[in-house]
Design a protein around this ligand. Structure first.
Ligand code: FES
Length: 177
């Protein structure tokens, strides 16, 4: 078969030494070579967001980047968001708000929401920000919907997704903190 090259990826704080064909996407490296199936393959061409992961704190579609290009970067997948037994605040909010139906888009939605929060919080550039609840940011629902527009949900759970993101990234008027 085609020649492979050594590629080392740092994923959820762990180094993974792989032998990959140069054209393997980060998404396929995660799923097929490392066995991390939380990151989903929807369209495989940058249009659905199901494959969203965090690279150095920024959300990207992992189907659109080659694994070999991400050597040296800190990659975080949905599997790496929880802190031991404690869910990431965004994960907890998705459960609290019933922000999924079939669940297929959910890992991408959650990673995207974490990336969104990193984007609006100037003081927390890292994907590994442990407690986003302490951040002083406020987005309204329309802004959240816009910033989450790269993540499609075929079930149409958008109101619940926005509510979940708002619980963490927004400022609820008259609601809980
Ligand atoms: Fe990557 Fe759809 S699978 S954007």
């Amino acid at each position: 078969g085609p020649a492979t090259i050594p590629v080392t990826l740092q994923i959820n704080g762990q180094q993974h030494a792989l032998q990959l064909e140069p054209r393997v996407t980060l998404l396929d490296a995660l799923r097929e070579h490392i066995g991390l199936f939380g990151t989903k393959k929807g369209c495989d061409r940058g249009q659905c967001g199901a494959c969203t992961v965090l690279v150095d704190g920024r959300r990207i579609n992992s189907c659109l980047t080659l694994a070999v290009m991400q050597q040296g970067a800190a990659i975080v997948t949905v599997e790496g968001l929880a802190n031991g037994e404690a869910l990431h605040p965004v994960q907890a909010a998705f459960i609290e708000r019933d922000a999924f139906q079939c669940g297929y888009c959910t890992p991408g939605q959650i990673c995207s929401a974490v990336g969104l929060i990193n984007e609006v919080d100037k003081g927390a550039p890292s994907a590994a920000t442990p407690d986003v609840r302490s951040m002083r940011i406020a987005l309204n629902d329309a802004e959240i919907r816009e910033r989450m527009s790269g993540n499609l949900c075929r079930c149409g759970a958008y109101p619940n997704i926005v509510a979940a993101v708002n619980d963490v990234a927004g400022k609820r008027s008259g609601g809980k903190a």
